[in-house]
Design a protein around this ligand. Sequence first.
Ligand SMILES: C[S@@+](CC[C@H](N)C(=O)[O-])C[C@H]1O[C@@H](n2cnc3c(N)ncnc32)[C@H](O)[C@@H]1O
Length: 294
Amino acid sequence: MKTTPLPQESEQDYGQNPTSIRQTDKYKSEYVHGFVEKWDQLIDWKARAESEGSFFIDELKKRGAKRILDVATGTGFHSVRLLAEGFDVVSADGSPQMLAKAFHNGTNHGHILRTVQADWRWLNRDVHGKFDAIICLGNSFTHLFSEQDRRKTLAEFYAALRHDGVLILDQRNYDAILDEGFSSKHTYYYCGDNVKAEPEHMDEGLARFRYEFPDGSAYHLNMFPLRRAYVERLMREVGFQQIHSFADFQETYRTDDPDFFIHIAEKRYHDEPEDSKVSAPPAAPTGAAVKPKL
Ligand SMILES: C[S@@+](CC[C@H](N)C(=O)[O-])C[C@H]1O[C@@H](n2cnc3c(N)ncnc32)[C@H](O)[C@@H]1O
């Protein structure tokens, strides 16, 4: 049988003017082999699971969700965790390299992942059936650079959910970085100081982060700095009836601005939408050292 080779993975290439790269399609070439391998080696899944606790699993179980679509599978961390908890999981991602890595990681953990290569903007073309929940985790939604792409993606997520399904989507707290000014930029440490991440350039249209590893190698990601209220508004406008937002302090344990927000958007019809408010953070387990969210 003739097999089609995966596209060749080269090193990252942002050209002469990296801050001019603000395109949704760029994600496919950003997660190059070296970056992904290093990340997975340094941030072991056990530590990540301990750090994350059972927040997502509890929320899914509380809502009776069984059939889950992981739309940002990445290297497979959440798909594998949910499979281990007995959920029925379909693992999608737009990057074939990520899916290959996820499948490999899955088999190492005793699971065969059901993978589908699908870009969110045309998700329902490639992923069929309805789901009780969609998870889009690890600060993934930030890869969309145009409002049209964000709206289309949320509409595709909405359509793939059952009538009472939920979307669980997280995002970095870009408001804090944008509003406090670039001079007060925050450095994030993962797994002790194995991975150091800091914003290298910030404006209302671009968050360019630099990720540095102990061997001195460095990689970048160009992302769109999503404001929390904006994401919640888009979710409402697409049709989600109620959005619960949680503050997540687990990277730094600060008590003022959280590092991440987690939104749980409900499709189920409510007569009167609630005002948006941020709920108490999910409890961080003591001693947790790592919460990798690119
Ligand atoms: C930051 S990684 C997060 C991976 C994983 N959820 C985690 O937490 O480790 C973002 C993932 O989203 C995927 N992605 C970004 N934009 C996408 C799009 N438009 N359609 C499908 N997948 C996309 C990338 O390929 C990548 O695997």
